[in-house]
Design a protein around this ligand. Structure first.
Ligand SMILES: [Zn+2]
Length: 132
């Protein structure tokens, strides 16, 4: 390391990563998940995403469910999700991120939970991901 070397870029103070940055990076690592996360922001807004990211559960993110979310799931993951379902579990075909839709409690709005970080090694019986 030569201290005399001039840096071309001006040094900006590094902004610490927010919880939302970390989640967004995790979703951005996968094409389907980044599509989903971007769509979620369109439907529910940035403020909602920040609230989701601030959740303290180490494994799951609980998302806000709304009617357009069903279509977003379908478009993002190609899942055969139907709004008549009371419970649905699926996972991303690319990164194996799991999600769980639950509408078992009729007096409460349905919930959608997504894995914070996909667990690639948790599916030993599945075929190895195919590289294109
Ligand atoms: Zn994915």
């Amino acid at each position: 390391m030569s201290p005399a070397k001039k840096k071309r870029k001006k040094r900006k103070p590094q902004r610490p990563k927010t919880a939302l940055d970390i989640i967004t990076e995790s979703f951005a690592a996968c094409g389907r998940c980044s599509y989903f996360w971007a769509g979620y922001r369109v439907i529910n807004g940035l403020e909602d995403q920040e609230q989701v990211a601030a959740q303290t559960d180490p494994d799951w993110l609980t998302l806000t469910w709304s009617y357009p979310m069903g279509e977003l799931l379908l478009k993002s993951y190609g899942s055969r999700f139907d709004l008549d379902f009371v419970h649905y579990e699926g996972c991303c075909k690319e990164c194996r991120r799991q999600y769980v839709y639950d509408a078992l409690e009729e007096e409460k709005p349905p919930t959608l939970k997504m894995e914070r970080v996909p667990h690639l090694e948790s599916t030993p019986s599945a075929a190895p991901p195919q590289k294109e």
